[in-house]
Design a protein around this ligand. Sequence first.
Ligand code: ADP
Ligand code: MG
Ligand code: ZN
Length: 465
Amino acid sequence: MKLQPTIGLEIHVQLSTATKMFCRCSVGEAAPNTHCCPTCLGLPGTLPVPNKGALMLATQAANLLGCVIGITSVAERKSYSYPDLPKGYQISQFSSPFAEKGVWKFHVGVEEREVRIRRIQIEEDTAQMRVEKEGCRLDFNRSGIPLLEIVTEPDFTESKEVGAFLRTIRASLVDSGLTDGKMEAGSLRCEPNISWSFPDKSGTKVEIKNLGSIRGVERAINWELAYQKETLDGGGKVEPVTKGWDEKSGRCILQRRKETASDYRYFPEPDLPPLAPCIDELQEENRVHTPFQRGEKLLAMGVAEGFSWMLSLDLKLFQYWEEVVTLGGDPLQSAKWVAGPLVGAWREAGLMPPGNCPNPRDLATLLGLVEKGTISKTVAKGLIPSMITGANPVTMVEEGGLAGGVEDLERLALLAIEENPDAAQKFQSGKEGAIRAVLGTGMRLSRGKADPQALLEAIRIILKA
Ligand code: ADP
Ligand code: MG
Ligand code: ZN
């Protein structure tokens, strides 16, 4: 048996509620320390009141992740002392989480993967702390924002698997309106736990904090795995510590020794009733489709892996593609054109995610024109920028005289062969490359309008006949 990379994640998600978890202070951009009250400042004698909206979102999240929801999950106090937590404990969950035993399916390339979700718990966020030269600054606007902590089983074996997991789960949570999912702004945070373990015997794990992007998570995992490997190969021991990722130097830096559950003295929060799920949110139809399900459909239709990944991650793009296909667009070509030229043009025009233009019908029409050979791909690509501001492809082709129909293609091929008798002969006697000269002439004669691939095919057919 061999040691293998073993990774489990702890993910914190700020829920998109209007107000905080246990008080009615607003959530959202504001000048520091303007959204706070005695409860979220942690003053003695205040009483927490659970936010129904947060419980609704948590229920939806648990559903999305296929978890079993505890009917009487309990809020508990997690005691520790830190400047961002003046009341000395965080309301969290321990012995009986909000939901548990879920599973998340996703694709890595064309491969299907499955990672088990160990538990989902509800917590309150702490104040935000910034360390500066003259001291540290605290902003209590963040204190008390509802958080969901999603804990996975240590089922990952490589960083790109973690990246795909995070990208798909973030897409789903954002699509369902549960969070804004902005990692750089801290509304989604991920702490990977990393070890080299035997399948049946856990190695010592290191936890990494302070990650501001999914790319950063992947890099930190690669760095830490290599570091532990080197330590172990050199006969050393991995210490159970918490490290921070330093983006600038591209390495993990020791922060502190790891706490254990007994350090926190969890006990039930006496001021709160059980954090019950919202039964109304539990209906099956509330399960939105996930990137995995979208990817399954795309891949089953034969869409190439890269395009499929792009379309499956973005609900709006996927729905756009689906509509083009419903309107007669070829699934593969539509995926290619949406994920390629269209996304390019939308980005260029600052119009992401897709608006109403081009109308999916117009894109289907454009693809039809290409398929019939009425216009070349090059011409079609040239029409895209106008189409995203509403121009109609048929009108543009007619008014611009852009059509070079199928019969024309054959005529063009014949003309090109006539002008290149030597090259044509060479091709016929087995010198494949000679066809390039004929194609070049054909393209020149069409003043660049012909589709090179289609013209090449036409020349080949004539010469082989
Ligand atoms: P702790 O009690 O130290 O917090 P847990 O067992 O609660 O540890 O797990 C916390 C996180 O660490 C989970 O995401 C879990 O998947 C991950 N984890 C557990 N064992 C390992 C391991 N051997 N290697 C990497 N990650 C692990
Ligand atoms: Mg933990
Ligand atoms: Zn408050």
